[in-house]
Design a protein around this ligand. Structure first.
Ligand SMILES: Nc1ncnc2c1ncn2[C@@H]1O[C@H](COP(=O)(O)OP(=O)(O)O)[C@@H](O)[C@H]1O
Ligand SMILES: [Mg+2]
Length: 232
């Protein structure tokens, strides 16, 4: 389980994360919703260690990782698909995927697991194409596949549906469902696309101005008025 306690973060004098606390259990999709600029990506960067939290604590599987460098968190099985995907446009699809193997040595560090191609068949077809030649949706699939190649036990996704066509959104949703059903991964999904979040979330959290303002089970999102809350 991921446990976040009283996290605070600032950009200069602006207080961006305000005592953020939540849990994300293994075997479940925890969805964080919130409008533009409320601090969702900042929170994920703190979880990954790209930003040092000013105060608070981050625990993963009982271990305090608050002060770990990003590569050390990756070594603990935490993978992150940033907003805007950030694949390597000049490398081939296969080379991009191999980047995800970086935390392994030996044979495991050389062979791409077959299941990423089963999940995203288009990537097998396009293995020798440059990442930058793929469509936006294909690049998003590549970014998710690259994260999965590292066999994470915590997968963090920042707005994977942003700017993506509906058919690919559907495929990405199916993959997230499959991963959740396996039961051995915690999935933390940041989304602004309400319907996608509602379909996938086991638990939800709503963030506003750097604070968690509402939380509950995914099944209760509609009754809890989350859609209306996000429209305000
Ligand atoms: N590198 C930065 N320096 C200064 N302010 C930033 C930086 N990145 C984001 N911000 C500001 O912090 C707030 C939260 O941003 P962000 O975490 O990206 O929000 P979200 O992902 O919810 O849209 C916004 O007001 C944004 O303008
Ligand atoms: Mg963001």
């Amino acid at each position: 389980m991921l446990q976040v306690e009283q996290l605070n973060q600032y950009y200069g004098g602006s207080h961006i994360l305000r005592d953020v606390s939540f849990d994300a259990p293994v075997g479940a999709v925890t969805c964080i919703l919130g409008r533009n600029g409320v601090g969702k990506s900042t929170l994920l960067k703190c979880l990954m260690g790209q930003l040092a939290a000013k105060s608070g604590r981050i625990r993963w599987q009982g271990e305090d990782i608050t002060r770990y460098a990003p590569h050390r968190r990756a070594g603990r099985g935490i993978a992150y698909v940033p907003q805007g995907r950030e694949i390597f446009p000049r490398l081939t699809v296969e080379e991009n995927l191999r980047m995800g193997l970086a935390r392994f040595g030996g044979r495991r560090g050389r062979e791409l697991p077959h299941e990423v191609f089963a999940m995203f068949p288009v990537l097998r077809e396009m293995q020798q194409r440059r990442g930058g030649d793929l469509s936006g949706g294909q690049q998003q699939q590549l970014a998710i596949a690259r994260a999965l190649v590292g066999r994470p036990s915590l997968l963090i996704l920042d707005e994977p549906t942003e700017g993506i066509q509906p058919s690919i959104i559907k495929q990405i949703g199916e993959v997230i469902k499959q991963l959740a059903q396996r039961g051995d991964m915690a999935i933390l999904l940041v989304e602004q696309y309400y319907d996608f979040a509602e379909e996938l979330a086991d638990n939800y959290l709503v963030m506003a101005r750097g604070e968690m303002v509402k939380a509950g089970s995914g099944a209760a999102m509609s009754a809890d008025g989350v859609r209306e809350l996000l429209a305000i």
